[in-house]
Design a protein around this ligand. Structure first.
Ligand code: IMP
Ligand code: MG
Length: 177
């Protein structure tokens, strides 16, 4: 592993405040309905629990795991489903939760797949968005933070499977740079 250190991008307090505001917005948008949350493993696990525990509408949950083939810090667009949903979604108001959208290839594929199952509604919530990097157009309904093209970790996001547990969002800085 290349020698590196982590700089703080958003503190734990900043992240929590933003999640609080997102949860208030989502609770108000889904008033009178049940939100069926789909958490995309593994990265979205932390964000999903932080967000859903602050929702005031009824919540049901399911989990999906997908990975894109290719280099560790870039996605190739070829997506493999490692674990599909347990439940059908055709009668549900689905809210997909993901840690970060980068090229949009992974979410573009997954939203297409879920859309084909004809849920009552389908929305997307991401903690982080790197809009400069988009290759596939994906409509994002709820965004925590828009960030520049930096490799970030923490709040569920990893670098070589490390740092998912950091309670803040950090930038990976390579020391020889
Ligand atoms: P996309 O298909 O290029 O949008 O890639 C999205 C996936 O790549 C995310 O779900 C993450 O797993 C991973 N990813 C993209 N950027 C970062 C980052 O800065 N840190 C950690 N993981 C990232
Ligand atoms: Mg991911």
């Amino acid at each position: 592993m290349k020698k590196h250190h982590i700089d703080t991008m958003y503190t734990e307090d900043q992240v929590n405040a933003r999640i609080e505001a997102l949860a208030a917005q989502i609770s108000s948008d889904y008033e009178g309905r049940t939100v069926h949350v789909i958490c995309l493993l593994k990265g979205a696990a932390f964000f999903t629990s932080a967000l859903t525990k602050r929702l005031t509408v009824p919540v049901t949950m399911d989990y999906m795991s997908a990975s894109s083939y290719g280099a560790s810090t870039k996605s190739s667009g070829v997506v493999r489903i490692n674990k599909d949903l347990d439940e059908p979604i055709d009668d549900k108001d689905v809210l997909v939760i993901e840690d970060i959208i980068d090229s949009g290839r992974t979410l573009g594929y997954i939203l297409g797949l879920l859309g084909d199952r004809e849920p009552k509604s389908l929305r997307l919530c991401v903690l982080l968005d790197k809009p400069d990097r988009r290759v596939v157009e994906v409509p994002v309904d709820y965004t925590g933070f828009e960030i520049p093209d930096e490799f970030v970790v923490g709040c569920g996001m990893d670098y070589a499977q490390l740092y998912r547990n950091l309670p803040y969002i950090g930038i990976v800085k390579f020391d020889e740079e």
